[in-house]
Design a protein around this ligand. Structure first.
Ligand SMILES: Cc1cc2nc3c(=O)[nH]c(=O)nc-3n(C[C@H](O)[C@H](O)[C@H](O)COP(=O)(O)OP(=O)(O)OC[C@H]3O[C@@H](n4cnc5c(N)ncnc54)[C@H](O)[C@@H]3O)c2cc1C
Length: 458
């Protein structure tokens, strides 16, 4: 523990999980609080979900949007969240997160000196405004590395690795201690506030089968540390849970490289086909729900079809460049040759390309897709993709201050949850997921939790 921390009283805040939880640590430290971050995995900076992400963080009404002439507001964003979830999302939490979204991305740029910018080259499904902000390379790994450096540089934050939070002691007045297990055994750290930022339960196959059976057969492409620790600890303490069937899927995990081809491929005009060379839906509804579509209609074996223009547009993403470097993007000068090269029915693919050209030129699309940038031109490329589970979205019920609530709606004093540990704003299943619904609850709830602890300490 650093000299700033009183060994007997402990830190002002214990954060379990060094993903989005680092935002809470830095926000709390900025306000003079001492923080201990306990992280179970030595390789977290390369392997947790924040590191694996594409670093898209929505901010509604940000200064970058104003500079770009985009008229947006928390109300408009909230309406998008409610529309995408068909009104199923928790409106109180969605309101708190949409309101904090722009202050959050601006704070990340100003206080953390992250080089944030607005993504203006394509829209994500379900967002009626361009509002995703990101860092150069659009890679969560560099975003997380920046946060880790900031934590190391801060006198008020200690990072304990490997150290797994195994319990939280709660007395009549709220949190009394965090119990952490590391190489030297179990340690009881006195404190009055704990943030559970340990993500969801995607890495626990039994829990996935129980709560999210529709995606249990897909590849799990998320943090190995997401074993549901927050859920177990919270439930033991009497916390309510909600939306345990909610998850972020993704239909574009490139194979055999297991890298993210990304949905920018689709939003720039690409489309997915099965082995018969035929499409099986409107891809622009969203990449999350399309994972289950791919399992149901294509047996989980699909190919993204694109052209040179789309390929170049997607090269802004480090993940896409990694996919290309792996050799997963296969090229051919005609539809038939591409079909032969990638193992897709050539005649079916030729028919589909003709149909897509008509749809992109304004004719009605058989699946109702209306967003196309322009028809594809040869040479064509194909990327084999599999559906994946990225993370679970349900969890402990929190309020707009990130406080964990009991069944009766009363907070468990001093206990907070963020990111995949909390219940999220994506409604049920996969269809309510909007790009950014992972990092916004991860960073936004962490930010709100830190502010709440600081208010209590002040
Ligand atoms: C490929 C990919 C791309 C994505 N892109 C985006 C995107 O662009 N935008 C978006 O909004 N979302 C995106 N997501 C989702 C997003 O990454 C997650 O929703 C978000 O990172 C979750 O943050 P978190 O802090 O809850 O979890 P994590 O970042 O996974 O951090 C949790 C940490 O807790 C540690 N931990 C677990 N249990 C314990 C314990 N008991 N004690 C101590 N430590 C523990 C874990 O090791 C881990 O380091 C993407 C996900 C993937 C897989």
């Amino acid at each position: 523990m650093s000299p700033e921390m009183n060994a007997e009283e402990g830190p002002d805040l214990v954060v379990a999980g060094a993903g989005g939880g680092l935002v809470a640590a830095l926000r709390a430290a900025e306000q003079g609080l001492s923080v201990l971050v306990a992280e179970r995995n030595e390789h977290f900076a390369a392997g947790n979900n924040t590191a694996m992400s594409t670093a898209m963080i929505p901010g509604a009404g940000s200064r970058w949007q104003r500079e770009a002439g985009i008229d947006d507001s928390p109300e408009t964003f909230l309406a998008d969240v409610l529309a995408k979830t068909h009104g199923e999302a928790d409106e109180r939490l969605a309101r708190a997160l949409t309101e904090v979204s722009a202050p959050l991305v601006e704070w990340m740029a100003d206080a953390l000196e992250l080089p944030m910018s607005l993504v203006t080259d394509f829209p994500y499904p379900g967002h009626t405004r361009l509002r995703c902000h990101t860092v150069p390379g659009r890679a969560g790994r560099s975003l997380l590395q920046h946060l880790v450096r900031a934590v190391h540089d801060h006198d008020l934050v200690d990072l304990l690795v490997p150290a797994r939070l195994t319990d939280v002691v709660v007395g009549p007045d709220g949190v009394e201690a965090a119990v952490v297990t590391g190489p030297n055994g179990e340690e009881r750290i006195p404190c009055s506030a704990v943030l559970l930022a340990t993500n969801g339960f995607g890495a626990d196959a039994d829990l996935v089968r129980r709560h999210v059976p529709e995606i249990a057969e897909a590849v799990y492409y998320g943090s190995e540390g997401s074993t549901g620790d927050a859920l177990r600890i919270g439930e033991r303490l009497g916390a309510a849970t909600a939306y345990l069937d909610a998850y972020q899927g993704h239909a574009a995990l490139a194979m055999p490289s297991a890298t993210l081809a990304g949905w920018a491929t689709v939003m720039h005009g690409g489309f997915l086909v099965g082995r018969d060379g035929r499409r099986f839906g409107d891809e622009t509804t969203g990449y999350s729900e399309y994972a289950a579509q791919s399992l149901e209609h294509a047996g989980g074996e699909a190919w993204i079809i694109l052209d040179q223009r789309i390929h170049e547009a997607c090269s802004q993403f480090q993940d896409y460049r990694d996919t290309d470097d792996s050799g997963a993007v296969r090229w051919a000068d005609t539809a038939e040759h591409l079909g032969e090269a990638i193992g897709v029915d050539p005649a079916g693919l030729r028919d589909t390309l003709e149909q897509v050209a008509a749809s992109a030129s304004g004719e009605p699309d058989p699946f109702g897709r209306s967003y196309w940038e322009q028809p594809l031109r040869p040479p064509y490329a194909g990327i084999a993709v599999r559906p994946a589970l990225f993370h679970t979205q349900g969890g402990l019920v929190v309020d707009g201050r990130a406080r964990v609530l009991r069944e009766d709606g009363e907070p468990i004093g001093g206990l907070y949850a963020s990111g995949g540990a909390a219940h999220g704003i994506s409604g049920h299943g996969a269809g309510g997921y909007l790009a950014g619904n992972g990092l916004l609850p991860a960073f936004g709830l962490a930010y709100l939790a830190a502010d709440d602890v600081a208010r209590g300490a002040g």
